[in-house]
Structures are given as structure tokens and as C-alpha cells.
Write a protein that binds this ligand. Structure first.
Ligand code: NAP
Length: 272
């Protein structure tokens, strides 16, 4: 029986996950396929029921279903519960479904490997307050980052995020308080959709100190306008591709027990 996994979301604009996982299934000789399923909010419960079937290994979830899917699962891993978003679901032998969040660990690995920066004792500015920002902030708080300022277009969402994560996190709009925090940041993170879906930049990297690094979760285009400006200033930069591969590698291991699929996945993305 060919086992199945899928990515659910709407709209599904990119094939990166399908390409990465299918390359890894082929490479490790695992009889399974990863498919893209563009489903509406109303279709999510029906899909979740389908994924309890014996032919499924699990599935992944992207915008806008990362929160709603949590209500339909049998168990939520502790970290995913704290983040408030599930991006990976594992089907157990008995058909029950467990929700995980592999974005937080993917974020940590990418920042450490690509920017050679440990997360502890950092001063960090995070742009965005959606699911990806919450995963990044969770990784930073768990690692003991010193202080974290979250800026968001809808500032109430940044404030709510800060309240959820405790005293080391401050919430703000993209205004004076965020700009001032940027002047002392070791790391600035873009976790908004700006640069990927909308053109432009969510915040200005001009006020970062020359020693700062910039991590943009955007991976398509490979160099966003934010990274282009940061690179022009001579700052260290990384795009979201490393995080994308890391979160996929962790999900793949959960489903198959096979670790270290990352290099195969990254090579497959070069063919895109
Ligand atoms: P989300 O939950 O929909 O959140 C979107 C965020 O972007 C919100 O903070 C939203 O602000 C902000 N935003 C949207 N349009 C904006 C605009 N015109 N100006 C300023 N801010 C704007 O999405 P998500 O799941 O967190 O994903 C965020 C981004 O990260 C996406 O581009 C996604 O592809 C990327 N991502 C990458 C990886 C990776 O592995 N590299 C993993 C996960 C996500 P409001 O609250 O004001 O609407």
C-alpha cells in the first residue's frame, strides 16, 4: 500500500514541500507520496477524517488552517500548544492524530546553522505576529533570548503574542518603539508575508547596528527586498530556505523514522 501525506492550505502557491518530501521518499526507498490539497475552511474536518485512514502517515498544514486544525486532532504536543499552531500531524497506528509544530525547531536550526548565532542572550526584533512569528518567538524564549520586541501591522496581535509568551517579549506596532528596538538588536527577523506575497519590506533595516544579522522567513524569491537592503549594508543575512528544509526534515523523521533527509531535500529544491 502506498502511504500518503499531504499539505493542506488555501491558496497553495508553491510546490517546495511536495518536491522535498517526494525526493526523500524516493531516495530512501519509502513507498509514499506527498500531495498538495487546496482545501477551504469548511473542507478541513472532512479532510482530517480522511487522514485517519490506514493509508495515511499524516499531513502538514499551512495558512490559514494552522490554528483551526488543532480543534480536530486527538492530541497536541506541548510545544505546539504553547505556540498555538500546528504545522505537522502524525497519524498513529490506531488512527489517532497528533499535532506538532516543526517550525520552531526549524527556525532555531536555521538561525544557528546559517547565521552561526546561538539564540540565548540575544536582543531580537521580530516582524509579524502570525503562526510563523509565534513559532520563532517560542524558539527564542525556550533558548533564553534576552529580550524580544515583536512588531506587527495590527499591533493588538503583537501585544496578545507578547502576553502569551511572558516578560521577555514586548509587543508593538511598526512605529517608534520597534524602530528604537532595532537600533540595539543583534538579530532582526521578518515573519510577515511581506516580500513573499506582497512586494516591499515590513520594516526598515537602516537603523540596525552594523553587527546585526537579518533572518527573513521568505524563501521565494531567494533574496527579498529586505535581505537585499541588509546585504547592501554589509549585514549577515539568511533567507527562509534553511528553515523550510529543517522543518520538513523533522516532519519526515516523525512520519518515517528516517533522520537526516535534509541534504536530499535541499538538493531537490535546486531543481525547482
Ligand atoms: P500568517 O499567520 O498569515 O501571518 C501573516 C503575518 O504577516 C501577520 O503578522 C500579518 O500582519 C503580516 N502581514 C500581512 N500582510 C502585511 C502587510 N501588507 N504589511 C505588514 N504586515 C503584513 O502567516 P504565517 O504562517 O505566520 O507566515 C508568515 C510568512 O512566513 C509567510 O510568508 C510564510 O510563507 C513564511 N513562512 C516561512 C517558513 C519557512 O520555513 N521559511 C515557515 C512558515 C512560514 P497582521 O496581523 O496585521 O495581518
Amino acid at each position: 500500500m502506498t502511504r500518503r501525506v499531504a499539505l493542506i492550505g488555501r491558496p497553495l502557491r508553491r510546490r517546495h514541500s511536495e518536491v522535498m518530501h517526494n525526493a526523500a521518499f524516493d531516495h530512501f526507498g519509502i513507498d509514499a507520496r506527498y500531495e498538495l490539497r487546496d482545501v477551504s475552511l469548511e473542507q478541513v474536518p472532512g479532510f482530517v477524517d480522511e487522514a485517519r485512514g490506514a493509508d495515511w502517515l499524516g499531513f502538514q498544514v499551512t495558512t490559514p488552517h494552522k490554528r483551526i486544525v488543532m480543534e480536530l486532532l486527538d492530541q497536541i504536543e506541548h510545544d505546539a500548544g504553547q505556540i498555538g499552531a500546528v504545522n505537522t500531524v502524525l497519524r498513529r497506528e490506531d488512527g489517532s492524530l497528533a499535532g506538532h509544530n516543526t517550525d520552531a525547531e526549524g527556525f532555531r536550526r536555521a538561525v544557528e546553522n546559517e547565521l552561526e548565532l546561538g539564540l540565548s542572550d540575544l536582543s531580537v526584533c521580530v516582524g509579524g505576529a502570525g503562526g510563523a512569528a509565534r513559532a520563532g518567538v517560542h524558539a527564542l524564549v525556550v533558548a533564553g533570548a534576552g529580550d524580544i520586541t515583536v512588531g506587527n501591522r495590527t499591533w493588538e496581535r503583537a501585544r496578545a503574542l507578547a502576553e502569551d509568551f511572558g516578560p521577555s517579549v514586548r509587543g508593538a506596532g511598526f512605529g517608534a518603539a520597534f524602530d528604537e528596538a532595532l537600533t540595539e538588536a543583534d538579530l532582526a527577523v521578518n515573519a510577515t508575508t511581506v516580500g513573499m506575497i506582497e512586494p516591499g519590506v515590513a520594516f526598515d533595516v537602516g537603523s540596525l547596528p552594523p553587527t546585526a544579522a537579518v533572518f527573513d522567513l521568505v524563501y521565494d524569491p531567494s533574496e527579498s527586498e529586505l535581505l537585499r537592503r541588509a546585504r547592501a549594508r554589509g549585514l549577515r543575512v539568511a533567507n527562509g530556505l534553511g528553515m523550510l528544509v529543517s522543518q520538513a526534515e523533522i516532519a519526515f523523521e516523525r512520519w518515517t523514522g528516517v533522520a537526516d533527509a535534509g541534504p536530499v531535500m535541499r538538493a531537490a529544491l535546486e531543481s525547482l
